[in-house]
Write a protein that binds this ligand. Structure first.
Ligand code: SF4
Length: 212
């Protein structure tokens, strides 16, 4: 779609995608970091995993930690009891069903606990270089609506809508670029339309000023 190409080009000129938002060294660490990032900032997750990942590199390391020990590490990410339970169950499932490895298919990833389509798409993009995976987080939901690329607030429908209009090899990067733009310019509370390179293409440009 022509306008999506233009949006991607303009975003690519502005932002350099150099490294993932979340820090990790092993595949399993990435999975944990993405599970922890639900309802939490990446900065907070990176702070927490700095300590946790000294001890945890593979599923067996989580299996060896008690639920309480894990909860202590991840307490500040919020919903820590649920997250700890999900991470422990996921480590067991990986050990039993996937020989301790992270699976490379969406359907398989969705059998793990605490793994949404967004989490699975992040894992597929980073670990398996699947450029056609398109993670939909809160920034992608907001920006794709403001840019009129979808009429839905439902992440599954948005993913479907964006996939239709985004070249296959650009999907993962498009999601990353929207997240970067959402953090810097098109924020939830105060979109900075004046300094936005998309303002000539965006149907919502300057429409927030009166209501803010
Ligand atoms: S013009 Fe405004 S609403 Fe549109 S993408 Fe830019 S900052 Fe967001």
């Amino acid at each position: 779609m022509e306008s999506t190409d233009k949006i991607i080009n303009l975003l690519e000129k502005e932002y350099k995608i150099d490294k993932p938002f979340l820090n990790f060294k092993t595949d399993f660490q990435l999975l944990i970091a993405v599970i922890l990032s639900a309802q939490c900032t990446d900065a907070r997750v990176n702070l927490v995993t700095k300590e946790l990942f000294k001890k945890v590199k593979h599923p067996k390391d989580i299996i060896n930690l008690s639920q309480k020990q894990l909860e202590k590490y991840i307490y500040s990410t919020g919903f820590y009891k649920n997250k700890a339970k999900n991470i422990k169950t996921t480590a067991e499932i990986l050990k039993t069903n996937f020989k301790g490895k992270i699976p490379s298919k969406m359907e398989e990833l969705l059998t793990l606990r605490g793994v949404s389509r967004k989490t699975a798409n992040v894992v597929l993009g980073y670990l398996f270089n699947k450029e056609d995976s398109l993670p939909v987080d809160t920034h992608v939901i907001r920006l794709s609506n403001r840019l009129n690329l979808t009429e839905s607030k439902n992440p599954v429908i948005i993913e479907r809508d964006l996939i239709k209009i985004t070249p296959k090899d650009k999907r993962f990067n498009f999601s990353t670029l929207l997240i970067m733009h959402g953090r810097k310019i098109c924020t939830a509370r105060k979109p900075n339309c004046k300094n936005c390179m998309l303002n000539k293409l965006c149907p919502s440009a300057f429409s927030f000023e009166k209501s803010l």
